[in-house]
Design a protein. Structure first.
Length: 343
């Protein structure tokens, strides 16, 4: 048998074997057998040495054609089998079950976020708008505009992180009272949640970073009764309809008169428990009528408009709602704590 015939036989054999294949993995074996380094085509080419130049050329060309045809047959068959496998999978009604899928664990809301969103919901229902302000604040808005000039002793209560001259991390959310009133005319009803910073020593009830929610209302004829009604409504919506509030005299430079606000302990309902330190009451913040000096600073006429303001500590409220005893837990991001607040 001449080399030409041998090449034809190889082509036919390869054709037969490719047709038989049902498993993709076997294509490699065929490729090696016919086209590999020690395969049948290479074997033929090894015999070219004894031929004339003309014959070498002719057989070499034919060998190349046979090689291309075999490769083509393998490619076609492999594609056909892949299609069959895919349609079989689809008929079964499943996707590609060979792909493994790791489902990530479910995330949790931080308890402060949960309380903050509840607070915002309650105040929005009462007609308040929600605003945010800068954490890096100007000394003017943090103190001076709020009736706390540089010589005022109240500045001692606000141990501050100064970043540069005249700029500090805000020590409360109250600067936003001045910023908002300066830009707009009454009537105003706004709450401002946000992070505040003080150089306090950290213990179970104090942090250097904490959340406040500021709220204020300014309009004609706003009185202390409006303040009381607003806070009572908030407390009932937040802690339940049986909740009562109490207000006791306090002092803040930017409100006159000023008070501290307490709610009946939502944990024991006034029957005394460790959360309320056996008093039946929980202090949640400060409040008062906006001082006329503050109104003047933003260009309002205190003879014409009046307003009230309040500030609440979100950690304090969250600690009460969830019975968390140590304020430091909020900053530690311990999953064992956070996992308990799936929303
Ligand atoms: Zn209690």
């Amino acid at each position: 048998m001449g080399l030409k015939e041998e090449l034809n036989v190889i082509l036919q054999e390869a054709g037969k074997e490719v047709k038989k294949i049902k498993d993709k993995k076997l294509f490699d074996e065929i490729r090696v057998k016919f086209l590999g380094k020690k395969g049948e085509l290479k074997n033929i080419l090894g015999k070219l040495g004894s031929l004339s130049v003309e014959e070498k050329k002719e057989i070499g060309q034919l060998a190349n054609e046979v090689k291309d045809k075999i490769q083509e047959m393998i490619d076609e068959a492999s594609e056909r089998i892949e299609k069959q496998e895919r349609s079989a999978r689809l008929k079964k009604g499943v996707g590609d079950i060979s792909v493994s899928r790791d489902i990530p664990p479910i995330g949790y809301y931080h308890p402060l976020t949960v309380v903050l969103e509840r607070m915002i919901g309650v105040f929005k229902n009462m007609g308040f708008t929600v605003e945010e302000g800068p954490e890096l604040e100007e000394e003017y808005y943090n103190f001076d505009a709020l009736n706390i000039p540089w010589y005022h002793p109240a500045r001692d209560d606000h141990d501050s992180f100064y970043i540069s001259k005249g700029k500090l991390m805000r020590t409360h959310t109250s600067p936003m009272q001045a910023r908002i009133m300066e830009k707009r005319k009454p009537p105003l009803a706004v709450v401002v949640p946000g992070r505040c910073f003080r150089r306090d020593a950290v213990d179970a009830t104090h942090g250097h970073t904490f959340y406040q929610m500021e709220g204020f209302v300014v309009d004609k004829h706003i009185t202390f009764a409006d303040l009381k009604g607003t806070l009572l409504t908030w407390a009932k919506m937040m802690f339940g309809p049986q909740t009562q509030i109490r207000m006791r005299p306090d002092y803040f430079p930017f409100t006159e008169p000023s008070g501290e606000v307490g709610v009946t302990c939502p944990v024991c309902g006034g029957k005394l428990c460790p959360v309320c330190k056996h008093t039946g009451w929980i202090e949640i913040g400060g409040c008062g009528m906006i001082d006329p000096e503050v109104l003047k600073n933003v260009g309002y006429d205190p003879e014409n408009v009046s307003g009230f303001a309040f500030g609440m500590g979100l950690e304090r409220i969250a600690m009460t709602v969830y019975g968390i005893r140590d304020i430091r837990y909020f900053m530690e991001n311990d999953m064992r704590l956070l996992e308990q607040f799936v929303k």
